[in-house]
Design a protein around this ligand. Structure first.
Ligand code: PEP
Ligand code: MG
Length: 590
């Protein structure tokens, strides 16, 4: 909704770009267009095999040294976990098979070292890009960066990432190394054409406390060096040619955010209660284990969603039972005694594919989530076993994705119980009272919840998919993006229906879709009856700050009004008026 405010304030020259808000905060300052020198590698032959191999060894050693420096810097600025991203790159440089294949090419085909590096990396990069999976494509950019590093060192050139003044970095693509190294200078914000919420750049920017907006195609050609721009890392806006009014608005936002950040520290251990004393539990969504320290620092009362498919993604195949146990124990021990919700692999749809060769006409409606897992019982069993074995701290619960019928719940629960029996026989300890739950993200399941309540202890509402399936809108499709209405009256009514269906059952309800992290949606969700919100860790303190100011009784009135509304715009207006009233009364809200 910041867009509406800015749109009203803007002058004739002002241009607003909308991207993905990747790291919170605001910045106003000169743009620095960061364009790496284009390195093109053309087919070329080697004149002396010995010379090429020697040059290759030199370039690899120098690349390793550079990366070791980045690791040291990342450790200093962040911690061991983040340095791990770069250690993975170092491992690629140390991969004997890769190095061998490059050398073989130099010797057998008499290609130059440069061209041999290009051939060896190209195969991997092309394979990753062919998947059409945005996350995979992002990772292929990281691999490309390693290749360019070696080629640059073969040409004995150096890259400069030192800046002489405070700037907003605007780039086509920022690698994780660029992101970390730029913080040796005074970086005000990052903007990158490429990337998503879970890209390494976004994760690092959040960890480094630098605002970031990603995902605006063609931006580098629209902004000039030194041009003053505004970055809004909360709503994903970039503003070019801001007028007086917009500058005043953002200067005030910056001032109040600085004050709020100080308050976040104080809020960390404050229980999240509304003014009229209702506890709202704030949990964190975790995509990668790197995020654990930040989720803990944000004051999260546990993990409402751990997306285990990212373990599959990182490894390129299903992790073993032991690897899974290691990850789940890490989470469970660090959050103990708070709850950790482990969702079984949600593979398929728009996410990572299990079998690249298997093409579907409608992946969103296809082999995805629990459907796929029930067809691969060994995979599901291994995951259930790993979750059970990790449940010794008694703070883990298990959740199934993409459930569309009660049969799926019954079948999965049978397998789960079978795993429990096997572990008992083998005398392996686990939490016998471990909670079993499902995601509510397919509309059909909303109307089966009463019956399902016999089989589950909790449900978590996935509004990302629920909105997509309820409104029949592919969120990733730019052409229909406008129809993806987060405040569509049908969605708000379905959200209320879920609460009603489970009323007077023992089933605990939470919400873990992006809507729970939408600052405007928070009072509405509370008013609809949601007491457990699982949110993006970096927005959690801000959400807590807002809730501390609300009265549940007012939020309920807001919900009643929204439930009677007939359009997305009307609901947005009602929430906006509600916020204005709170702001008027408390001078504190949005
Ligand atoms: C959702 O669909 O809202 C959800 C939380 O799951 P994911 O985003 O992982 O599909
Ligand atoms: Mg989902």
């Amino acid at each position: 909704m910041s867009f509406d405010i800015i749109n009203k304030l803007k002058g004739p020259e002002t241009i607003i770009y909308e991207g993905i808000p990747a790291a919170p905060g605001y910045a106003i300052g000169p743009a620095f267009i960061y364009q790496k020198e284009q390195i093109e590698v053309y087919p070329s032959v080697s004149l002396s095999t010995e010379f090429e191999i020697e040059a290759l060894n030199f370039a690899i050693e120098r690349s390793k040294k550079e990366l070791t420096k980045v690791i040291e810097f990342a450790k200093e600025k962040l911690n061991e976990k983040f340095a791990g991203i770069f250690k993975a790159y170092l491992m690629i440089l140390e991969d004997p098979l890769l190095i061998e294949s490059i050398k073989k090419n130099i010797i057998e085909n008499r290609h130059s070292a440069e061209y041999s590096v290009e051939i060896a990396f190209k195969k991997h990069i092309d394979q990753m890009r062919l998947t059409n999976d945005p996350a995979m494509i992002e990772r292929s950019n990281d691999i490309e960066d390693i290749k360019l590093r070696i080629v640059r060192n073969l040409r004995r050139k150096r890259w400069e990432s030192k800046l002489t003044r405070s700037v907003i970095i605007v780039a086509k693509n920022l690698t994780p190394a660029d992101t970390v190294l730029f913080t040796r200078n005074d970086v005000l914000a990052y903007v990158s054409e490429v990337g998503g919420l879970t890209s390494h750049t976004a994760i690092l920017a959040r960890a480094l406390n630098v605002p970031a907006v990603v995902g605006i195609k063609g931006l580098v050609n629209q902004i000039k060096n030194d041009e003053i721009i505004i970055i809004d890392g909360f709503s994903g806006l970039i503003i070019k040619n801001p007028n007086e009014e917009i500058l005043n608005y953002y200067n005030k936002q910056i001032e109040s955010y600085d004050l709020r950040k100080k308050k976040y520290q104080e809020l960390r251990n404050v229980v999240c209660k509304t003014k009229d004393n209702h506890h709202i539990k704030l949990l964190a969504n975790i995509d990668f284990l790197d995020e654990i320290p930040f989720a803990i620092a944000s004051g999260a009362e546990g993990v409402g969603l751990f997306r285990t498919e990212n373990l599959f993604f990182e490894k390129g195949t299903f992790p073993t039972e032991t690897e899974q146990i290691e990850a789940y124990l890490d989470l469970a021990s660090k959050f103990y005694p708070n709850v950790v919700t482990i969702r079984t692999f949600d593979i398929g749809g728009d996410k990572i594919k299990f079998d690249e060769a298997y093409k579907e006409a409608n992946p969103f409606l296809g082999w995805r989530g629990i459907r796929l897992l029930l067809d691969l019982p060994d995979v599901l069993k291994t995951q259930f076993r790993a979750i059970l074995i990790s449940s010794v701290y008694k703070n883990i619960r298990v959740m199934l994705p993409m459930v569309s019928s009660i049969d799926e719940v019954i079948k999965a629960k049978e397998i789960f119980n079978q795993c429990k029996e096997e572990l008992k026989e083998a005398k392996i300890r686990f939490d016998e009272h471990i909670k079993f739950g499902i995601m509510v993200e397919v509309p059909s399941i909303v109307f089966c919840l009463k019956e399902i309540s016999r089989y589950v202890d909790f449900v978590s509402v996935g509004t990302n998919d629920l909105t997509q399936y309820l409104l029949a809108v592919d969120r990733g499709n730019e052409k229909v993006f406008k129809s993806y209405q987060e405040f569509h009256p049908a969605l708000i009514r379905v959200l209320r229906q879920i609460i009603k269906e489970l009323y007077r059952t023992k089933v605990e309800v939470s919400i873990c879709g992006e809507l729970a992290s939408n600052l405007y949606a928070v009072p509405l969700l509370i008013g609809l009856g949601y007491n457990n919100l699982s949110v993006n860790e970096y927005l959690l303190p801000e959400i807590k700050r807002l809730i501390l100011n609300y009265k549940l009784s007012d939020c309920k009135k807001l919900a009643v009004k929204c439930l009677q509304s007939t359009s997305n715009t009307e609901i947005e207006k009602i929430i906006s008026d509600f916020n204005k009233k709170y702001k008027g009364e408390n001078n504190e809200s949005l």
